[in-house]
Ligand binder design. Structure first.
Ligand SMILES: [Cu+2]
Length: 180
């Protein structure tokens, strides 16, 4: 459903690109005459472009995951520390000098907050569902704590993979947790 609407959107945009291309191609044939009222055409072009971009921005920006569940109190806070080449997940703050993690079980249909950081280089913190579909992600950055909130609807095992190339064993960097 979502994929077919994205396909339709791209076909629609492709159609617009094609029309613009044909218009430019046709007008280049009568280049000797020059474009009549070029400044007026430019004005309308930028006006329509600004309106279209304004519509897209006002529809998509409120759906940004950065605002997800911002007005809710999370049922559980999970601290995440990424290091070459593993993830530590804990319900308590993770000690930088002696990092350790624990097995994580989360309740379904509750807002969960992940506080994600890194103890060395930039990593990605990406959560995948049972069918290996990426459902949410954030960056794990040294010196920063990135907050990621999500409500897991399906019980089961979720996998965590690094989504930022971080070194030779990047592809082995993974973890998981259970939702009950
Ligand atoms: Cu990595």
């Amino acid at each position: 459903m979502q994929q077919s609407s994205i396909l339709l959107l791209f076909l629609f945009l492709m159609g617009i690109a094609l029309i613009v291309f044909i218009y430019i191609f046709m007008s280049s044939k009568r280049a000797d005459q020059g474009m009549s009222n070029p400044l007026k055409k430019r004005f309308w072009f930028f006006l329509i472009l600004t309106i279209i971009m304004g519509i897209f921005a006002s529809v998509t920006i409120p759906k940004s995951p950065y605002f997800a569940f911002a007005d809710k109190t999370p049922a559980k806070v999970i601290h995440v520390a990424a290091m070459q080449f593993s993830f530590f997940l804990s319900e308590k703050a993770i000690d930088r000098d002696k990092p350790s993690g624990q097995k994580i079980e989360l309740p379904a249909n509750e807002v969960i907050e992940f506080r994600v950081t890194s103890f060395d280089v930039n990593h990605g913190f990406a959560i995948y569902d049972k069918s290996n579909r990426l459902i949410t992600q954030t960056q794990a950055m040294p010196g920063y704590v990135n907050r990621l909130r999500y409500k897991f609807k399906e019980p089961g095992e979720y996998n965590i993979l690094c989504l930022e190339y971080c070194g030779v064993a990047h592809q082995l960097m993974r973890s998981s947790f259970i939702v009950k």
